[in-house]
Ligand binder design. Structure first.
Ligand code: THU
Length: 143
């Protein structure tokens, strides 16, 4: 049986390419019958565990959930406390970036310097940071 989490050996750094490869493996499980735009994400927590997510669409379009949030919520549900990096892939090798809602959710669990790797096809990817994507998140201090 395939699991959505995989354990990296203690201390083993997760390379961007390995994280992207893991996301790619789950892309076929995306549920995107309406947009026909499958997306997959992989996140790694501070213990080196990797979790994946895919977008899950709905006939009531607004209920669609992005791959990033599925990966993040899967990680938290499995006990992850801090997330270190996120990789993102879609079918056409375009350098997809997380939507605004996902960026805000990321700000809850990732450091602002955390890298976001966006698959651009073949062996290539683009790296940004959460800080670049969302410089001023809403946070606990704003409450
Ligand atoms: N989508 C994601 O899963 N992640 C993103 O970063 C952008 C968009 C999904 C939502 C929807 O199922 C499809 O892509 C088209 O917007």
């Amino acid at each position: 049986m395939k699991h959505s989490s995989r354990k990296i050996e203690a201390g083993e750094p997760v390379s961007p390419r390995a994280l992207i490869a893991t996301a790619r493996e789950s892309l076929a499980r995306a549920y995107a019958p309406y947009s026909k735009f499958p997306v997959a994400a992989a996140v790694v927590d501070d213990e080196g565990r990797v979790f994946t997510g895919v977008n899950v669409e709905n006939a009531s379009y607004g209920l669609t959930m992005c791959a990033e949030r599925v990966a993040i919520f899967t990680a938290v549900s499995a006990g992850a406390k801090k997330l270190r990096a996120l990789a993102l892939t879609s079918k056409n090798g375009s350098s997809l970036m997380p939507c605004g809602a996902c960026r805000q959710v990321m700000a809850e669990l990732f450091d602002s310097a955390a890298p976001v790797y966006s698959d651009t096809g073949k062996e290539r990817y683009k790296t940004t940071s959460l800080r670049d994507l969302l410089p001023k998140p809403f946070g606990a201090d704003d409450l």
